[in-house]
Design a protein around this ligand. Structure first.
Ligand code: NAP
Length: 279
């Protein structure tokens, strides 16, 4: 029998998750349905109660509920506790359990890009220290990196995140201008800020004047599919990737938690790309 899955957030009209998950349910012959529920912060508690009454089997959680959902759940997995946010909830033995697939999804997509099993020996620069940066930095720091540096406009937030990552790796915080001048020493540079996202297409998170050819440059943004910053990085010999890879992988990991079935990542990616007009 078909089961109900979904997404809670506010606003959620732009989300690619329903088309990605429903497309995959259909392709795999599963009669499940994934529905986007727009819940304002004031509606969160009642909304989660209503989801439980509907016997929803699992749901994604997006902005602004990733932290506020935590006390409303029966259990939270260690990965989500480390990151401090939940992006996926699944039902087991009548309990609603929170986890986080953003960080592990990002890490898997990065490892696929570079063709490695871990980040051993790599010097990583993360630009930004918001919610997405937390997931990315915590997961990356657990993958045997040589060092992890976090640069952010608000330096205190980068310092706080680097302290958290020091549990797992060598980690430090720097300013955005220090990141620009020391760019040549990093193997992998990750933009987790929203700078360059539509409609502000002309903006760039940091200058790329000192980038080395062959550096891996990854941008979590996927609207546009290629930011001005990524285009420039590519023109300077960088290996680039956009945020679709993370989006698909975090969704695929949630899909596996919910159904026990491994979805076709390539097909999910094509579904999203088609929806975004880039296929
Ligand atoms: P967030 O928590 O609001 O964090 C935003 C970050 O960007 C902060 O570090 C902030 O710096 C920085 N920032 C914003 N405007 C800036 C500006 N004008 N100059 C300098 N720094 C600025 O947002 P988030 O949830 O982390 O999301 C960030 C981006 O990641 C968004 O584009 C989102 O779409 C993307 N994302 C992608 C995926 C995916 O699956 N591909 C998943 C999650 C998020 P301050 O700390 O100084 O404010």
């Amino acid at each position: 029998m078909g089961k109900l899955y979904g997404l809670i957030g506010h606003p959620i009209g732009h989300s690619m998750s329903p088309v990605m998950h429903n497309g995959e349910f259909k392709e795999l012959g599963l009669s499940h349905h994934y529905h986007a529920f727009d819940l304002s912060p004031e509606q969160l508690e009642d909304g989660v109660d209503a989801m439980k009454m509907l016997d929803i089997q699992g749901f994604n959680v997006t902005i602004p509920h990733k932290v506020a959902i935590i006390p409303l759940l029966d259990e939270v997995e260690q990965e989500a506790i480390d990151i401090g946010a939940v992006n996926t909830v699944y039902k087991r033995d009548g309990k609603y359990i929170g986890t986080n697939t953003d960080g592990s999804g990002y890490l898997l997509s990065l490892l696929t890009l570079i063709g490695e099993k871990n980040l051993s020996g790599k010097k990583i620069l993360v630009i930004g220290a918001g919610g997405a940066a937390r997931a990315v930095a915590v997961s990356v720091s657990q993958s045997e990196v040589a060092s992890l540096t976090i640069a952010n406009r608000t330096l205190e937030k980068a310092e706080e995140l680097s302290k958290l990552c020091q549990h797992y790796s060598v980690a430090n915080a720097i300013t955005l201008s220090e990141a620009e001048t020391s760019l040549g020493q990093f193997d992998i540079v990750i933009n987790t800020t929203s700078i360059g996202m539509s409609p502000h297409l002309d903006r760039m998170p940091i200058s790329l004047e000192h980038i080395r050819s062959g550096t891996v440059v990854s941008d979590l943004i996927y609207n546009p599919l290629e930011t001005k910053w990524m285009k420039l990085a590519k023109s300077k010999g960088a290996v680039t990737d956009n945020g679709i890879s993370m989006f698909v992988e975090q969704g695929a990991l949630a899909f596996e938690k919910w159904t026990g079935v491994s979805p076709d990542r390539k097909r999910m990616r094509n579904t999203v790309l088609k929806e975004l007009g880039g296929y």
